[in-house]
Design a protein around this ligand. Structure first.
Ligand SMILES: Nc1ncnc2c1ncn2[C@@H]1O[C@H](COP(=O)(O)OP(=O)(O)O)[C@@H](O)[C@H]1O
Ligand SMILES: [Mg+2]
Length: 254
């Protein structure tokens, strides 16, 4: 292999396109009841890589995330973590291998305090390290530190979202999946969430970002993937997508 091989060059964000994927989908199909939603998805996320999973409402983004995590059964195809087939493994096994999710709707425990929510999620990585201990998470979310003793149901929407991201980090992930993390938040709070996503990126975590704010997604990811009716129809660099207004309009409505 030559060093000129494009697959071996590090990207600006430090991931190596030639590295083995953390998470991979091969010919993945899934749906609800009789209906098929995902029509054969091929996708790979490599260490340190950030992917923007784009597409209009109802195209299957959340369904893909749920199938990757094992919350929804695959009808056909495979999910692999570090090259190992986990298609039939339960969700917690995938989490143990370093896949964390910040779900649509956040999922914080309303009756527990901020600190209790964070501590409950805490888990070392498979190699025994704890890259995101409580003090580091509180340092990137000063608002959570201020609200440490407040219950989840006493937090604002933005604070709950920060807590959901903090909880995901406490699981020592290698890949973090954010599904509509800025949905319904005020502009200033959104900015704070995007700053955090950048911090997480700079720390070397891989991520999959789903968000309606197309411009913000394109500013943090290495690659965009466009989902239309359960099929990935376009994949490429954010610059290439930005340079094609017709494509953006047709598939993203912007
Ligand atoms: N729990 C469910 N039961 C039945 N159909 C669902 C369910 N969740 C989503 N769908 C359908 O699956 C399709 C994809 O939805 P979803 O994955 O939520 O899209 P997105 O996240 O891209 O907005 C839509 O047609 C939606 O109506
Ligand atoms: Mg969704």
């Amino acid at each position: 292999m030559s060093l000129a091989d494009p697959d071996l060059r590090a990207s600006p964000s430090g991931h190596r396109a030639g590295a083995a994927p953390i998470l991979e989908a091969r010919g993945l199909q899934a749906g609800y009841g009789e209906g098929l939603v995902l029509r054969g998805i091929d996708l790979a996320v490599r260490p340190g890589e950030a992917i923007g999973l784009m597409g209009r409402n109802g195209m299957g983004k959340t369904t893909l995330i749920r199938t990757l995590l094992g919350q929804l059964a695959a009808r056909a195809g495979q999910v692999l973590v570090d090259g190992q087939d986990v298609t039939r493994s339960p969700t917690f096994r995938r989490a143990q291998r370093g896949i964390a999710v910040v779900p649509e709707g956040r999922g914080v425990f309303g009756s527990l305090t901020v600190i209790e929510n964070l501590k409950l999620a805490a888990r070392p990585a498979a190699d025994g390290t704890t890259p995101w201990p409580l003090d580091r998470v509180l340092a990137i979310f000063p608002r959570l530190a201020q609200r440490a003793g407040n219950r989840g149901d006493q937090l604002s929407g933005g604070e709950q979202q920060m807590l959901a991201i903090g909880r995901a980090l406490m699981t020592s992930p290698r890949l973090i999946i954010l599904d509509e993390a800025t949905e319904g938040l005020a502009p200033l709070v959104r900015d704070e969430i995007w700053r955090t996503i950048r911090t997480v990126r700079e720390a070397g975590l891989a991520c999959i970002v789903v968000d309606k704010t197309v411009g913000a997604v394109l500013s943090v990811v290495d690659r965009a993937e466009i989902l239309v009716k359960g099929s990935l129809v376009w994949s490429g660099k954010p610059e290439a997508l930005r340079a094609d207004p017709e494509l953006m309009h047709r598939h993203l409505g912007v």
